[in-house]
Design a protein around this ligand. Sequence first.
Ligand code: ADP
Ligand code: MG
Length: 397
Amino acid sequence: MPKSLRDLTGDLVGNRALVRVDYNVPISSGRVADTMRIDASLPTLQWLLDRGCRPVLLSHLGRPGGVPNPALSLKPVANALADKIGAEVRFVGTCDSPEAVSASREIQDGGILLLENTRFLPGEMNNDPTLAERLGMLGDFFVNDAFGTMHRAHASTAGVAQVLSPAVLGLLVERELKALRVLKDPPRPFVVAFGGAKISDKIDLLNALLSRADRILVGGAMANTFLRAQGYYMGGSLVEDDAVDLAADLLRQAGERIQLPMDVIVTSSIKDPIAMVREVAVDQIPEGFAAVDIGPVTRKRYQKDLKQCSSFFWNGPMGLFEDPRFTEGTFSLARTAAEITNCGALTVVGGGDSAAAVRLAGLAEGISHVSTGGGAALEYVSTGGLPGLTALSSYSA
Ligand code: ADP
Ligand code: MG
């Protein structure tokens, strides 16, 4: 049984390939503001076009909640895709209608059809089997290349995979799984860096990696919660109060393998661009100040740890990197990650904001793998499976 697009070796000329892509891209003033996800879909689309297939594309965009919303139309994506791939991309403003089915039969040689946002339909997110049946009429076989939504069983990801046969993985999903699978048994020493906002969002991932990692470097607001659990005064820092006990448990379990910041960058006000900013030891946080990045001593320490590893997984920025004053913790870690990649280490970044931070630092090319999926990447790394995968009957992990 075929499992990936590349296993389809027969003659595919004239076949309609129904492809679930992840075009959940930022739109601003009617234009696509970041084409990363469109770029990531091109290898699969080109593979299909090269074999004379007719790609019919389904995607969601944002959270319209099952009702049409013109602000979340995929129409601007059709133009951006046409520019990128150099083919004609027809857009039809529905994906569940006789019109969409006829359009799928009218695709010209070398052309592509993009259909409207699947989440305009009430049956999409609850994986309505009748909707999946109707979506199945749009193609002759199914390709799931929407890595960013593989952790959800929706009509256009899981349901339709049961209706169409073969139902296979696209090249992007295949590449993602290959890179992330290595983390099940990574080359040692294996170092993990965790940051970002919340512990509670990521407890499964934390638990899974706690047993696998030789060292865990903690930063970001997540570190604030750990520091609070150790009894430090955290002032006005973002601390997840409900997770302080959990943090204390994790510290007990992991012992010295967990590394917390020794110093932090603090500010008297996160919102005020001219507020006071200082570097302080973690036991010296002034009253009311908030910790917003790791400090220089911690940066050096984390860089040293990183330089000793053979593999590295990173989720969650080390600080409030969206503010140019607080990028250094995150960017310095990204620079070291690129350096060790250059020397042969395997480096993987997962998580929406983490990937954005690495790209903002201009270092994405220097990392072994920057995942296009946030939740999906984290779920795959922690559980080794994904609902969108199990739906592809032929796939075995
Ligand atoms: P990812 O999307 O990579 O999984 P998260 O969503 O968990 O990462 O966290 C990213 C967010 O955490 C960013 O918006 C960042 O500004 C915020 N953040 C990181 N450190 C801090 C901090 N010290 N204080 C407040 N917010 C922080
Ligand atoms: Mg995020």
